[in-house]
Design a binder for this molecule. Structure first.
Ligand code: NAD
Ligand code: TYD
Length: 350
């Protein structure tokens, strides 16, 4: 079905998990061409072993999706017939401080990809766009985001993703490009860069450092284990109706403070801090994020009823697996925290 699949941003958290899933565990039989700019969030080590385990089925090129000529070369060189587009600036806090790169990568970069794909329309079977539930804005205590919820993004990150969603949809309506879009809730799991809430809290709690909880800690997120996101994406790519969008969620709503306490308790079960204090004492309430959305919750009924997808991982098992992964991968953590992975990238890619 898809022979030459272009994955963008495949060295990031979800992209790397997706490539591993496609090659290790799915019925995908084609070749993956991964293009990634290797920003601070892109780490080739997230895909270690893949090139040797799948010779000829995995190729990598360090490319910025904002560079249209380089993207066009890739389409021609590898006869790209499908796209799964992850590449993005993805951290809300960074978008508040420096929105510029979010506009460039998330909006202009997506536009470039769409334009190049349009120039190869005869060959394109699917352009799948990965997006977020943050485009819908914030919920009150009740209700869920559905595919019909009006867009109401509140951060520069969410706004830039909303803009890219609109562009992708417009290329279907205007040019009949075969597209699908997925809007997913917060992910967690292996290889997540430790700026995001869950890995940040795990790593700080390992070391007995303060655990910075924004505002009153009562903001709610709907957490999804990353492998469940990967199965949903692949299902949508294979069976989703072209032109449609699908919400993906975990049915795991949790207040931030409860989640941080849960991480503390699990770590304490294994080994207390050296002074024997419970890790919960590390929790520190800090100034709230500006425009901090109160609650996200996803209704994934469409994906469930039309394609038969449901998440497999419970939050309890997923968070334990995640903590264990970070415990088992201290070398990865050290290289990410020290910036050593960036020196490696410079040495190999200039
Ligand atoms: P990430 O920040 O871990 O990875 C992003 C990847 O994109 C990195 O490898 C980075 O080097 C690459 N990249 C950035 N700018 C690029 C450019 N100009 N050209 C080429 N590559 C570039 O992000 P993630 O958490 O894996 O998120 C992946 C996608 O999923 C994003 O589109 C994000 O909006 C979406 N999403 C994320 C979540 C989540 O909870 N993390 C939830 C829903 C949707
Ligand atoms: P984050 O992982 O940044 O994802 P997003 O902002 O995309 O939802 O944050 C998840 C939640 O955790 C969000 O409500 C903000 C909060 N948070 C903290 O309280 N402290 C932190 O240090 C971070 C990074 C996030």
């Amino acid at each position: 079905m898809f022979e030459n699949l272009l994955v963008t941003g495949g060295c990031g958290f979800i992209g790397a998990n997706f490539i591993r899933y496609l090659l290790d565990d799915s019925d995908f039989s084609g070749r993956i061409i991964n293009i990634d700019k290797l920003t601070y969030a892109g780490n080739p080590e997230n895909l270690s072993g893949i090139e040797t385990n799948y010779p000829g089925r995995y190729l990598f090129a360090k490319i910025d999706i904002c560079n249209k000529d380089e993207v066009a070369n890739i389409f021609e060189k590898y006869q790209i017939d499908s796209v799964c587009h992850f590449a993005a600036e993805s951290h809300v806090d960074r978008s508040i401080v420096r929105p510029d790169t979010f506009i460039q990568t998330n909006i202009v970069g997506t536009f470039n990809l769409l334009e190049v794909a349009r120039n190869h329309m005869d060959n394109i079977r699917l352009f799948h766009h990965i997006s977020t539930d943050e485009v819908f804005g914030s919920l009150g205590k009740e209700g869920y985001f559905t595919e019909d919820t009006p867009y109401n993004p509140n951060s520069p990150y969410a706004s830039s993703k909303a803009a890219s969603d609109h562009l992708v949809r417009a290329y279907h309506k205007t040019y009949d490009m075969p597209i699908t879009i997925s809007n997913c809730s917060n992910n967690y799991g292996p290889y997540q860069f430790p700026e995001k809430m869950i890995p940040l809290m795990i790593l700080n709690a390992f070391e007995g450092k303060p655990l910075p909880v924004y505002g009153d800690g009562l903001n709610v997120r709907d957490w999804l284990y990353v492998s469940d996101h990967c199965t949903a994406i692949w299902m949508i790519m294979k069976k989703g109706v072209r032109g449609e969008t699908y919400n993906i969620g975990g049915s795991n709503e949790l207040e931030n403070i409860k989640l941080v306490k849960m991480i503390c308790d699990i770590l304490d079960e294994h080994k207390r801090l050296s002074d024997n204090h419970p890790r919960k004492e590390l929790i520190t309430f800090v100034t709230d994020r500006p425009g901090h959305d109160r609650r996200y919750a996803i209704d994934f009924g469409k994906l469930k009823s039309t394609l038969g997808w449901s998440p497999e991982e419970s939050f309890e098992s997923g968070i334990r697996k995640t903590i264990q992964w970070y415990r088992d991968n201290s070398d990865w953590i050290d290289r990410v925290k020290s910036g050593e992975y960036q020196s490696w990238i410079k040495e190999h890619y200039g």
